[in-house]
Design a protein around this ligand. Structure first.
Ligand code: FES
Length: 161
């Protein structure tokens, strides 16, 4: 399956808004990511020209900040906590179960662009350990039953591989 087509109009509008703002590179990149979910590599040249920066600088900033993605992600991005509190409460089993259920490795996106699995150092909700985020929603005190419910809710229908 193909990812959704890139909305270049939206990208151009954001770039225009920050035209000539050398200092505006990070907010600009954040806005593009917020708008379409990632920074298409084909937009780097356009961004660099608008901000009068070398393209290598733009590329360097994107590479440096791990929060920026250059590939499309799934409709549901699962962020599984691998922090200490969650680890103690079985965070590793949570991650393993999700990987198995979705037949997907950490850091990867499913071929139907439904799910992406990521891990994070701490979701800031240690009292709910083990935790994960599905897009902007937090889920805590996870059990296998809860995990199955979350995956079903975000699109993995029973019996799917
Ligand atoms: S260690 Fe998992 S939320 Fe903090």
């Amino acid at each position: 399956m193909e990812p959704e087509p890139i909305n270049w109009n939206s990208i151009s509008d954001i770039i225009k808004k920050h035209q000539d703002e050398k200092w505006g590179l990070i907010p600009l990149l954040q806005e593009i990511q917020e708008s379409i979910g990632y920074i298409p590599p084909d937009s780097i040249e356009q961004i660099a020209q608008a901000l009068k920066l070398p393209a290598s600088h733009v590329q360097g900033v994107i590479t440096f900040y791990s929060g920026f993605a250059t590939e499309p992600k799934g409709k549901c991005v699962l962020k599984v906590c691998r922090g200490t509190a969650c680890h103690v409460k079985g965070g590793k089993s949570v991650l393993n179960m999700i990987k198995k259920e979705l037949n997907l490795e950490e850091g990867k996106t499913s071929s139907d662009y439904q799910f992406t699995i990521e891990t994070v150092a701490c979701l800031g909700a240690c009292f709910l350990a083990p935790t994960l985020m599905a897009n902007r929603d937090y889920y805590g005190r996870l059990s296998p039953k809860k995990i199955t419910g979350i995956l079903n809710q975000y699109g993995k229908l029973k019996g799917d591989e």
